[in-house]
Write a protein that binds this ligand. Sequence first.
Ligand SMILES: Cc1cc2nc3c(=O)[nH]c(=O)nc-3n(C[C@H](O)[C@H](O)[C@H](O)COP(=O)(O)OP(=O)(O)OC[C@H]3O[C@@H](n4cnc5c(N)ncnc54)[C@H](O)[C@@H]3O)c2cc1C
Length: 404
Amino acid sequence: MERITTAIIGGGASGLFLATALSADGKTRLFERGERLGRKLSATGNGQGNITNLAVTSARYFSIEASGAKRASEIVRRYDGEALRTYFAALGVVLSADERGRVYPASKQASAITDALRFCVENRGVDVRLSTLVTALEQAQGGFILTVKSADGESERIFAKRVVLCAGGKAAKNFGTDGSAYALATGLGHSVTPLYPSLVQLKTDTTYTKTLKGIRVNDGKLTVIISGGERVEFTGDVIFTDYGISGDAVFRASAFIAEQIPSGKVSATLDFLPNVTEADVLSALRQKQAAFPKLPKSELLFGIVNNQVGRAVMKRAEGDLQRAAALVKAFPLELKGSLGFDYAQVTKGGIPLSETTEDLESRFAKGLYFTGEILDVDGQCGGFNLQWAYSSAMLVADALNNER
Ligand SMILES: Cc1cc2nc3c(=O)[nH]c(=O)nc-3n(C[C@H](O)[C@H](O)[C@H](O)COP(=O)(O)OP(=O)(O)OC[C@H]3O[C@@H](n4cnc5c(N)ncnc54)[C@H](O)[C@@H]3O)c2cc1C
C-alpha cells in the first residue's frame, strides 16, 4: 500500500490555505472530488471574492454548541484579518475594502484568489489529485487508511500518517459539499450537531406580497424577532421573490435565525423607510388625501414608497391611513422557512469543537485534524466564513509543521 505523510481531504478554501502553509516535504497529497480546485472559492462574493472583513476581530461567529463560537473567535483573533492580508500580500494579491469593511481582491475577481492559492500549492510540490473522492477513512497502526475513488471508478487504499478533513459542510452541494464527508468523521467516533442552512433566502407567507415579486427595497430595515423577544435589525437590500425574500439584509438575518426557523418561533418585519418616521408618513398621507380627495386610497402612498408596495400596503391596511403608516414602518413578514441547503452559502452546525484539541486535532483519533466549515462554526455574511477557513487552516498548519 502506498504511504504518504499528510492527506488533505478537500481542495476548497481551507484545504488550499492549508496546502500552501504546510512545510514542503513532497509527501503531502490533496484529494479533491471536483474537477478543479477551489470551485466554490471562485464563486464567493458574487464572483468578487469577499475574503475577509475589517471588523473581523469582533464576535462574528456562531456555533450550535455553546462554547464553540468563543473558541472560534479566539482562533480567528490569533490568525486574524491582518494576518490574512499579509499572507495575500506575500502572494502578490492586492486586497481592498469597500465602505462596509468587506475585503476583496483589488481586481474584484474571486478567481484571482483561487489562482494565487493554486500556484502556491503547485510551487510547494503538493501532489494534487482531482476528481478523486475519499469514500472511507479508517484508523490504522500509526495513521489512517483512506479509500479513494478516482473518476474512472477505480478504488485505491492509501496509508497516511496524518489526515486533515477540509471537506466543507452541507451547503451548496453543486460545489461538492453535499454533507457526505461528515461520515468520514463519524466513522471515527465524532458526532455532528443538528445542521441548518445559513446565509440563505427566506420563505414567507406571500398573501400580501405576491404582487411585489422583483421589487428591491434599497436600504430597508429588516427586524427579526427571535422567540423570547430578542430583536435584531439588519439594514440593506430586501428583494421580494415568488417564495418570499432575498437580498443582503435577508442573508445577514438568516445567520441569526437559522436554528429557530424550523420551529416557527421567529418573526420579521420590514421597514420600507428607515429614515422617515411613522408620524411623517401619516401626515404625508393625510395631506395628500386633503389635496386630492378623489384619489383612490390604493394610490395614496404613491410618491412615498414604490407604487406597487404602496398598493400592497394599502390593501393590507384596508384603506386605514394610520394602519398604512404603521405598515410602512413595520410590514409583518410571516417566515415559513428557507430555501434550504442547496441555496445556502454556509452550514450552521457541524463537528463540535469540544471534540477537538486546541489545535483542532480529533480527541478520538490522534493525527486527524479539521478545518473550515465541517466544524460547528459559521460566520456572519461579509467575509467571515473565508476568514474562518483561513484561520482554522493556519492553526492546523502550525500544529503540523511543529510536529515534524
Ligand atoms: C455561492 C457562495 C458564495 C459565498 N461567498 C462567500 C464570501 O463572499 N465570503 C465568505 O467569507 N464566504 C463565502 N461563502 C462561504 C465560503 O465559501 C465557505 O464557508 C468556505 O468555502 C468553506 O471552506 P471549506 O474549506 O471548509 O469548504 P469548501 O470551500 O466548501 O471546500 C470543501 C471541498 O471539499 C471537497 N470534498 C468534499 N467531500 C470530499 C471527499 N469525500 N473527497 C474529496 N473531496 C471532497 C469539495 O468538493 C470541496 O471542494 C460563500 C459560499 C457560497 C456557496
